[in-house]
Design a protein around this ligand. Structure first.
Ligand SMILES: CC(C)(COP(=O)(O)OP(=O)(O)OC[C@H]1O[C@@H](n2cnc3c(N)ncnc32)[C@H](O)[C@@H]1OP(=O)(O)O)[C@@H](O)C(=O)NCCC(=O)NCCS
Length: 174
């Protein structure tokens, strides 16, 4: 069998025209590990937040596009959160099912790691996939994250969720 080749991907800043993409990413099969679809109102709030990420260096959201068509197939980003007494970056991703299983989330993940590292602002990037989400845990492993262990979250608030805490060092300790 011929080796699988990953299509070339690019990440581009989230834009006004990405609302329909966000609606696709809100489908039941896409949100199975994230507490289920959000209401249209919440999707609109999320869209606005992605468009106005806040102060320089505090994070960014991107659409994932496949070349050469430049078709938008998912989203990925990084943002700040407080975690065990320090500010870290967190990342998360989504690829629509028609484009799944081609290595696109992993390829986009590599680009986001580069961006977060280039900020030079935080030492660690974390990801918190559900313990029962094999694909996202596999992506963390392939990106070079270290598994620190499981932890409990509420996501969305009020819904308990058991997650893995994965961590990638972006720069050495100062
Ligand atoms: C999770 C998701 C981003 C994966 O996107 P993708 O582009 O298909 O991922 P990739 O192709 O880059 O990699 C998936 C890896 O997981 C592995 N994987 C998939 N299903 C798996 C399973 N059941 N068991 C073990 N590994 C699995 C694949 O084999 C692949 O690894 P490989 O390249 O070494 O074979 C996509 O399915 C999605 O968006 N899901 C819904 C949203 C979501 O849950 N986001 C994550 C929140 S933390």
């Amino acid at each position: 069998m011929a080796p699988r080749t990953t299509p070339e991907v690019r990440i581009e800043p989230w834009g006004e025209s990405d609302l329909d993409l966000l609606r696709c990413l809100n489908a039941p099969e896409m949100t199975e590990h994230l507490g289920g679809p959000e209401t249209e109102e919440k999707v609109l709030v999320r869209h606005r937040r992605y468009l106005e990420p806040g102060e320089e260096g505090s994070g960014a959201m991107f659409r994932v596009v496949v070349l050469p068509e430049r078709e938008a197939v998912g989203n990925i980003g990084y943002w700040e959160r407080e975690w065990r007494g320090e500010t870290v970056y967190e990342t998360g991703w989504g690829i629509v099912p028609e484009f799944g299983g081609r290595g696109l989330a992993t390829a986009a993940g590599r680009l986001v790691v580069e961006r977060a590292r280039a900020e030079g602002r935080h030492r660690f990037l974390h990801a918190y996939p559900s313990v029962d989400h094999p694909a996202s845990n596999a992506i963390c492993r392939k990106l070079g994250f270290t598994l620190l262990g499981a932890c409990d979250f509420e996501y969305p608030p009020g819904r308990p969720m058991r997650c893995n805490d994965w961590r990638l060092e972006l720069r050495p300790e100062r």
